[in-house]
Design a protein around this ligand. Structure first.
Ligand code: F1P
Length: 346
C-alpha cells in the first residue's frame, strides 16, 4: 500500500461505519434502555488518547441532552486515581460506566473497567470496534462497530463510528424518539461533505507556510477539537493545540501570526461570539478554517440538529492532517513513535 493508502480509504469510507453504528445501537435498544433505567447519579465515560477525547465529547453531549451528571476521565486516571471521580467517598454505587476503546485491549482502559467491576455492581457499556478483546467481554452491553476497524494507527473511521454510537446512546437515554430518524441522514450528509470539501482540505493541508494549528471548539465540540488536534500531531508532527473558543484569548493567542492556522468548530448557538474570536485572530495574521452548519468555509447544510450532526466536523479535519502528512513526506498510516494499541505491564 502506498504511504497513506490505508488512512485515505478509512477517512473516505467512514459514513458506512457511521451507518453501522446507528444500526448497532438500535439493535441493542432494549438492553440499553433497561440499563439506562437502573437509576444512576452519574455517567462516567472513559478511554485513552483519541477515545479519551471521544469521552470528553460524549460526556458533554450526554449531560446536555439528558441533564444527568456525565463526566470524562482518562482510563489511566480511573485506574490510578479513582477517588477523583467517586461520589461522597462511595465506590461507584450509582455510576454508569461507558468505556470506549477502538481495540478493546488498551491496558489502562481494561484494567480500569476490571477495577470498577471489583468495586461495584454498577453497569458497564462498552463502545468498541473489535468484538473479541477483553473490553467487550467485561461489559454488560457491548456496542461493537466492526466497520470501524482500521489498519492505520491514527484513529479516523473508528473514532467517528464510536462517536456516532455515543451520540445515538445519549439520544436514547434522553428519550428522544425522533432523533434516530434524523441521525439516519448523517451518512449521506457525510458523503456529500467529503466530496464537496476534499479539494479545500488538500489545498490547506499542502500549504507548507503554516507551522502551527490551533483547534477551537466549545461545549459538545471541545472533545472533537481535541481529537482533530491529536490527528494533526500524530499524522504530521506539527505543533498544535486545542482550546475552548473564549479561552484562546487568555494567553495562547500570543502564539498567533502569519504561520498559524486557527480552525474553528463553530456552533450555531454561539456563532457571533465564536466568529468574533476567529476574526480577531485573522486580524493578528492567522489563516482561518471555519466549519459549521452555515456561514462557514466548510458548511454542512445538513438540516440536522446541533446535537445530532457534530460528527460532520471530523472528515475534513482528518483530510487536512492526511494531506499535510504526505506533503511533509511522512506516512499517515504509521505515525512516528506510535503503535495501534498501548499495552503496559501495570
Ligand atoms: C487508544 C490509543 C489511540 C491512539 C493510539 C494508541 O486506543 O491511545 O487513541 O491513537 O492508537 O491507542 P484504543 O483504546 O481506542 O484502542
Amino acid at each position: 500500500m502506498e504511504p497513506g493508502g490505508y488512512t485515505y480509504d478509512e477517512i473516505i469510507s467512514q459514513p458506512e461505519a457511521w451507518a453501522q453504528a446507528l444500526e448497532v445501537v438500535q439493535s441493542a435498544r432494549l438492553s440499553l434502555e433497561s440499563l439506562l433505567r437502573t437509576g444512576y447519579d452519574q455517567v462516567l465515560f472513559t478511554g485513552c488518547g483519541s477515545t479519551y477525547y471521544l469521552s470528553l465529547a460524549g460526556a458533554a453531549l450526554f449531560q446536555e441532552i439528558t441533564h444527568h451528571t456525565a463526566r470524562a476521565v482518562p482510563g489511566g486516571e480511573l485506574l490510578l486515581n479513582p477517588a477523583i471521580v467517586q461520589q461522597d467517598g462511595k465506590a461507584f454505587d450509582k455510576t454508569l460506566l461507558i468505556a470506549i476503546s477502538r481495540s478493546g485491549s488498551t491496558t489502562e482502559t481494561v484494567r480500569a473497567v476490571e477495577q470498577f467491576k471489583r468495586q461495584s455492581s454498577s453497569p458497564v457499556i462498552a463502545v468498541t470496534n473489535y468484538p473479541d478483546p477483553p473490553l467487550a467481554r467485561l461489559a454488560d452491553v457491548a456496542l461493537v462497530i466492526d466497520k470501524g476497524q482500521e489498519h492505520s494507527v491514527a484513529q479516523t473511521r473508528s473514532f467517528a463510528s464510536m462517536y456516532v454510537a455515543a451520540v445515538s446512546l445519549a439520544q436514547l437515554a434522553s428519550g428522544d424518539k425522533h432523533a434516530h430518524k434524523d441521525m439516519s441522514l448523517l451518512p449521506q450528509a457525510g458523503r456529500k461533505l467529503i466530496s464537496a470539501y476534499q479539494a479545500l482540505a488538500q489545498q490547506l493541508g499542502e500549504n507548507q507556510t503554516f507551522d502551527r494549528f490551533y483547534f477551537l471548539g466549545s461545549g459538545i465540540r471541545y472533545g472533537l477539537a481535541c481529537e482533530a488536534n491529536l490527528k494533526m500531531k500524530e499524522m504530521t508532527l506539527t505543533h498544535s493545540e486545542a482550546f475552548h473558543f473564549l479561552e484562546f484569548r487568555h494567553g495562547p493567542m500570543s502564539m498567533v501570526g502569519e504561520s498559524a492556522v486557527v480552525v474553528g468548530l463553530v456552533s450555531q448557538k454561539n456563532y457571533p461570539q465564536e466568529m468574533a474570536v476567529l476574526q480577531e485572530m485573522e486580524a493578528k495574521g492567522a489563516s482561518l478554517l471555519t466549519l459549521g452548519e452555515a456561514g462557514t468555509m466548510v458548511a454542512f447544510a445538513s438540516g440536522l440538529e446541533e446535537n445530532t450532526r457534530a460528527v460532520l466536523y471530523l472528515p475534513v479535519l482528518q483530510l487536512v492532517a492526511y494531506y499535510r502528512s504526505l506533503a511533509k513526506g511522512l506516512n499517515p498510516d504509521q505515525p512516528h513513535n506510535l503503535t495501534a494499541v498501548v499495552r503496559l505491564d501495570l
